[in-house]
Design a protein around this ligand. Structure first.
Ligand SMILES: [Fe+2]
Length: 339
């Protein structure tokens, strides 16, 4: 080998090594947002050191190794999870392990008495009765999960809260998950999460962990996934909208039965808007004027339906006009419109 060939070879080898090194650091382990001993006495320092520094680091390393040099390097973690059924087992386990633990560290905190947002608390009450029942349900599912796994609080496809468990490092974002949704709180029930302090007593670990759950952070996840609707603080308008949605959409498909039976109910909901308090942010002359149009339109529609000469075409037209008036109010109240 000439000196020149040796130099070229060395340069190529260095470049290749560099490329390989870059390719293998696609995903990284984030630092813990608190000290290893910060969650004591509920989770001990040694468990945190091994759990974060060894187990989680292992998932990150193995995930990077599994996707290195493939097209999969271009995908986000969520994209990988969404197609695990078509990917090697190593990606399912390690992408799951990386995602699950990243969320886990985020929703724990040494801060005491973190507060739930009002809307999140309301959603919990509506779905599980209260926060204690939610904790009980998660503890029960977590205890019942055979072997290693996770217990989740998710926002499902209908934007509702739901509790489920999954084996190993699976999670509800995976296409193979029997219950799908976006996790907002996940509790690790692998033995590596509790064995040093709690040995085989998973139930004790599950009871203790609620002392270090960061409800502010979980609330943030919820608020992001289920943003506040524009009429959430205007119950009378929500009531009107409900009847409008349940009658107008069938009418678009040629079914006028709902509006024919509910026109009087809709008129009552419209009239209630006249007397109920309008939230300050929407209380403007133009909004009030459009509410009057909504009441007039509801009256006209109800009268038409009750008249002997009611013809389907006319009913459909009148309902569609009323729907336009409602959407005029939506427009007037939308964030970009009201100042
Ligand atoms: Fe873990």
């Amino acid at each position: 080998m000439t000196k020149l060939t040796a130099i070229i070879c060395l340069t190529l080898c260095t470049l290749f090594a560099k490329y390989t090194a870059t390719a293998q650091t696609i995903f990284e382990l984030r630092k813990l947002p608190y000290d290893h001993n910060a969650l004591e006495p509920y989770i001990d320092k040694e468990t945190m050191q091994i759990h974060h520094g060894k187990h989680h680091q292992g998932y990150v390393n193995n995930l990077n190794k599994a996707i290195a040099g493939t097209e999969l390097e271009k995908l986000s973690l969520e994209e990988l999870l969404g197609r695990v059924s078509k990917l090697p087992e190593a990606i399912r386990n390690n992408a799951g392990g990386h995602y699950n633990h990243s969320l886990f560290w985020e929703i724990l905190t040494p801060k005491k008495d973190t507060k739930l947002s009002a809307r999140f608390e309301k959603a919990i009450s509506e779905t599980f009765t209260n926060l204690d029942s939610l904790k009980r349900l998660m503890n029960q599912k977590g205890s019942a999960q055979f072997g290693s796994g996770w217990v989740w609080l998710i926002v499902n496809e209908n934007k509702k809260l739901e509790v489920c468990a999954s084996p190993n490092q699976d999670n509800p974002l995976m296409d193979i998950a029997p219950i799908k949704g976006k996790p907002i709180l996940g509790i690790d029930v692998w033995e590596h999460a509790y064995y040093l302090k709690y040995q085989n007593k998973r139930a004790d670990y599950l009871s203790a962990i609620w002392n270090v759950v960061n409800w502010e952070e979980v609330s943030k996840h919820y608020e992001k996934l289920v943003p506040k609707g524009i009429f959430d603080d205007w119950q009378t308008m929500k009531d009107f909208h409900k009847v409008m949605a349940q009658t107008f959409h069938p009418s678009e498909e040629g079914n006028l039965q709902p509006i024919k039976t509910r026109s009087q109910e809709m008129l009552k909901k419209a009239e209630a808007l006249k007397t109920a308090t309008i939230p300050k942010e929407f209380d403007r002359r133009e909004v009030r004027k459009t509410i009057d149009q909504l009441i007039d339109g509801s009256k006209k529609l109800d009268k038409l339906i009750n008249s002997k000469k009611a013809d389907d075409k006319a009913i459909s037209k009148s309902l569609s006009e009323l729907h336009d008036v409602f959407h005029k109010i939506v427009g007037l109240c939308s964030p970009e419109e009201h100042h």
